[in-house]
Design a protein around this ligand. Sequence first.
Ligand code: ATP
Ligand code: FE2
Length: 358
Amino acid sequence: MVFFWPSTAIVFHVAGVVIPSSNLKNLKIVPMRPQKDKSILGIEGTAWNLSAAIINEAGVIAEAESSYQPLKGGLHPRMAAQHHAAKIEDVVSRVLDKHGTDISAVAFSQGPGFGPCLRVVATAARALSLTFNIPLIGVNHCIAHIEIGRWLCGVDGPVVLYVSGANSQVLSYRDGRYRIFGETLDIGIGNALDKFGRHAGLQHPGGPKIEQMAKNAKNYVPLPYVVKGMDFSFSGLTTAAKDALAYASLEDVCYSLQETAFAMLVEVAERALAHIGKDELLLTGGVGANQRLCEMLNMMCQDRDASFFAPDKKFMKDNGAMIAYTGLLMLNKGATISIEDSAVRPNYRPDDVDVTWI
Ligand code: ATP
Ligand code: FE2
């Protein structure tokens, strides 16, 4: 990857793709602003969704996105990166056109995620930081899913169920870190649904299609329920669901897969609430869009007099606003990074992050 920066124009060479930034080249370079009325530009692009947003303390000001949709099969990291490289100028320009270039910092998803995708986003963020002479902030994608949920739902110290394609974790903040109380031992719940969906002939992403199919089910088909202590596993369950298609209808297997997998998540989330002594549960991550999962979690919370919180779907899936908002929290604590320290972190865990803003 080569990056160079002639005068105010920005050119990215990423994975062999050249992105001349014609729109950006007319933008003024602004001096470092006093940190008042801060507007933060956030760029997300760890996997399927390239998204930019500008936020301030009052709310989301501008958003733009471009999703990578594979024609067949699952997400291919290099293909997704090429999509991001081709679209990043347009996505960033759309939010800057709407808000103007008077921004206080640029935050980007530093990890976890696909290396090639992370590098496209990091390259753009570095270029914008240098062009506008504003701080650069490397945001942990998982923490960003949590922080946007806490912000939009107005919840302070919840147990968090974070369920997405690659990740499935139960976390809660304690003593400067989000601690992981339980997590998947193999694949994320979203990947499990998508893998089963592909096997059953459903186009990626399978999660939403499985949710629709499950609504027309007639029977529950027994499938392996795998909770080990506070951890769970979805790989064997996915294989068993694929095998069940030999003797049960697709609708019944979709329903049974959801009921089994979601019950495992509910069990661990409930045990975390009980052990830690909390009475607030926050749901986040793309799989949080599933209504049946919300219903099951809400029922569990009602049974134990706890409150259940879930932000709007559009802020549960990957989005630029969550990166911008977490960037704002980090900027307020001076958690900015130099270009030299901005290497991407494909395996960046949420419990690696010093949470200085709580
Ligand atoms: P992460 O890096 O946090 O793992 P991600 O790249 O998986 O994020 P998200 O947008 O957080 O992206 O989650 C995408 C996942 O959400 C996909 O696996 C998709 O199938 C799943 N999903 C989306 N909508 C639904 C739904 N209604 N029911 C179940 N799963 C869903
Ligand atoms: Fe995500």
